[in-house]
Design a protein around this ligand. Structure first.
Ligand SMILES: Cc1ncc(COP(=O)(O)O)c(C=O)c1O
Length: 405
């Protein structure tokens, strides 16, 4: 059991009031709040340790480099990668996927196929569509079912001799479905196809071990795991990263530059052009230390309990329609209530200090599949409690009374 009271004290923002109500923050899938230790690390970095990394002989630069590189090691341990060569700092999940689309894309020719799924965030669709335009590759999507699960049994028939990569969400940000990625990776590998996992909604919520999953690539964002915005991770198996050409050109990613010939730096620097967010990396490490201190197993159990409670409580509301009903789900719930527009419901909840997300959640193909414009989404984090869910349910009840009278 996690000590919610103690955890809540680590997040000063949870003491804020919104329109005179205590803040009830249920928008963790969009971004999480930051514990004091993360903000302190940023402040301490800029106030006392600020110098560019990897370039200076001077004391501060060496200290900054050491902190940045030990952050990389922290990330490696967190996802259980074999080597820090496999950990690339990016701006977030979106850039991590774009990096693969760009560099892996260079290896592809017209008619090669990328296989994704219908439940993806736009950031795992659009980069591949851009690649379709650039290189004439073909993007295919594994369909879903009304219960919010993938039609995994269709996978084999969608794979062809031209399939070069399978890329999918580990957890859907809209349906909460935890996809059977281990089985998908096994099947893909049996066909010699690598797999990219979008871990934006998995890595913050339960233990993810890239070695155990045998994932070829994994992308996630710092800001969704209690760390700062603007930093994220691309994990890639060393043998793949060695094969891929660089993503961007500039300082840091080179070995030797001349107008005759330029050679590139070793991994992971080959993929890190320019000055990295060396303060963000250390703040991300602080977030991982913090969450590791609680334990990812405990985090998962806590959020699972909250979700079960929320499903039960929301289920008591007449006209409640929950979108996505997978058995294996992670801590978020998308829903609609009667004919109340999600935006109206979200606005009323906001006036009660309850932060939820409304809209298509950057997953318009999912909305199209269900024939809806959007949903209201409540998503949980380590500091949420059953009381937050009671407040949400009361808020929804109030909205229903307001709309029906
Ligand atoms: C499943 C999923 N993939 C990708 C993203 C994009 O993450 P970011 O905006 O941090 O790059 C998000 C969140 O917005 C997400 O939920």
């Amino acid at each position: 059991m996690i000590d919610s009271e103690k955890i809540r004290n680590d997040f000063p923002i949870l003491q804020e009031t919104v329109y005179g109500h205590p803040l009830t923050y249920l928008d963790n899938a969009a971004t999480t709040q930051k514990p004091r230790c993360v903000v302190d690390r940023i402040k301490e970095g800029y106030l006392h340790r600020n110098a560019n990394v990897h370039r200076g002989v001077h004391f501060l630069s060496q200290e900054a480099t050491e902190a940045h590189e030990s952050a990389r090691e922290r990330v490696r341990r967190f996802i259980h990668a074999r080597s820090t060569s496999e950990i690339i700092f990016t701006r977030g999940t979106t850039e991590s996927i774009n990096l693969v689309a760009s560099s892996f894309g260079e290896l592809l020719s017209e008619g090669d196929e990328i296989l994704t799924t219908v439940m993806e965030h736009h950031s795992n669709i659009v980069p591949w569509q851009l690649l379709e335009q650039r290189r004439g590759v073909v993007l295919k999507a594994l369909p879903i079912r009304k219960d919010g699960t993938l039609q995994t049994e269709q996978l084999e028939s969608l794979i062809t001799s031209r399939t070069r990569l399978i890329t999918l969400a580990h957890v859907s940000n809209t349906l909460a479905t935890v996809n059977p990625v281990r089985e998908i990776i096994r099947l893909a590998h049996a066909h010699g196809i690598p797999v990219l996992l979008d871990g934006a909604q998995s890595v913050p919520h339960f233990p993810v071990d890239v070695e155990e999953l045998d994932a070829d690539f994994l992308a996630f964002s710092g800001h969704k795991i209690y760390g700062p915005a603007g930093i994220g991770i691309l994990y890639g198996k060393e043998e793949w990263l060695e094969k891929l050409p660089p993503y961007q050109g500039g300082g840091e990613m080179i070995d030797k530059v001349s107008f005759e010939k330029t050679t590139f730096n070793v991994l992971p620097y080959k993929f890190e052009a320019g000055t990295p967010d060396f303060i963000g990396s250390t703040a991300l490490a602080a977030a991982l230390e913090y969450i590791d201190g609680i334990g990812m197993e405990s985090v998962a159990a806590h959020e699972q309990r909250l979700m079960d409670y929320a499903l039960r409580r929301l289920g008591e509301i007449p006209e409640m329609r929950i979108i996505g009903g997978a058995e294996k789900r992670s801590g978020l719930i998308s829903f609609l209530v009667g004919d109340i527009h999600p935006y109206d419901l979200g606005t009323i909840l906001d006036k009660l200090g309850i932060a939820v997300r409304t809209g298509h959640h950057c997953a318009q193909p999912v909305m199209d599949y269900y024939g809806i414009d959007g949903t209201v989404r409540a998503s949980f984090g380590i500091y949420n409690t059953e009381e937050d869910i009671d407040i949400l349910v009361e808020g929804i009840d109030r909205a229903i009374r307001l709309f029906h009278h």
